[in-house]
Write a protein that binds this ligand. Sequence first.
Ligand SMILES: *Cc1c(COP(=O)(O)O)cnc(C)c1O
Length: 340
Amino acid sequence: MSAQPQTQTTPRPAFGSVLTDTMAVATFRNGQWSDHEVRKTGPIEISPAAHVLHYSSTCFEGFKAYKWADGSVNVFRMSSHIERMCQSARALALPEPDADQLETMIATVIDRVRDQVPDAPGALYMRPILFGTTPNIGAAASPPGELMLMVLASPVWDYFSGGMKPLKIYVETEATRCASHLGMVKTGGNYAAAMGPTLAAKKKYGVDQVLFCPGGEVQETGAANFLLIRQGKILTRSLDATFLHGVTRDSLLRIAPAIGYQVEERVFTVDEMLAWVKDGEAALSGTAAVLAGVGTLVRDGREHKVGNGDVGPHTMKLRAALVGIQQGEIPDTHGWLHRI
Ligand SMILES: *Cc1c(COP(=O)(O)O)cnc(C)c1O
């Protein structure tokens, strides 16, 4: 038997594979939301005819609460995520969650599982989900009148525990990530739509992710926004309905000017991106990793190195600036953190 303590020999669970023991649940019927309940995390019962199982009437959110050195737990940009959840529901013709109730559900779960929040660089990943439970398999063309809203919490550890490996990304100019009118909606169907092209590219080119660029215009990957970065400058696609408006993206763009980066938001092409990465950087942004550096782009079967192929210094600097705010080491001058 090893004399080493378990914590040093056992790898941390993979991102999202563990839930805390507490969740919150509210239901919608007869045109209104019920009071929410706090329950022990476990299986739920829904009809096999539940609308979501047949017609994907669902949306979700993902964001983190951080345990600071002073022991407090602080949620990053909770109101932006609640707003986006409501916007997703509207786009899918689902009844919107009550924003105040959803905030209470989130705060209650976090408070109950306070002792299960990992220390930095870990966090508590929060996952609200909304889905249609109306039992009617004939309702393909009408929205569900009965729904469930749940708030789940998952302890997550250092995303880069295996080291910050530069990503290899396939540049996809034919397939689309999702239906163009649902690009800014955080819904499971978009992930289902991106699965086929992503698995095909992984198999054929050994890439980590696919950057969707329909018609040669750079959009985003299956679950993260895309930024080009160099000394003094960030270039990223301007907001439109074709891609998910990431809160991480928005946060990075807002802190950028103060640390020496001018932000340009506009549509740009694959050719422009390939010219940029000859001596510039590229990175993916999202809640899970915050900012992950791209080392290689694969285009028409040809590999293009991004800079020297490593995660670049500007990517590291921007990431550190945002992570510092999230973890309470740099003052939050934007009012982004909500203490629970
Ligand atoms: C969630 C998500 C992102 C990242 O959004 P954040 O708010 O930064 O976490 C980007 N793209 C897609 C498709 C997403 O689902």
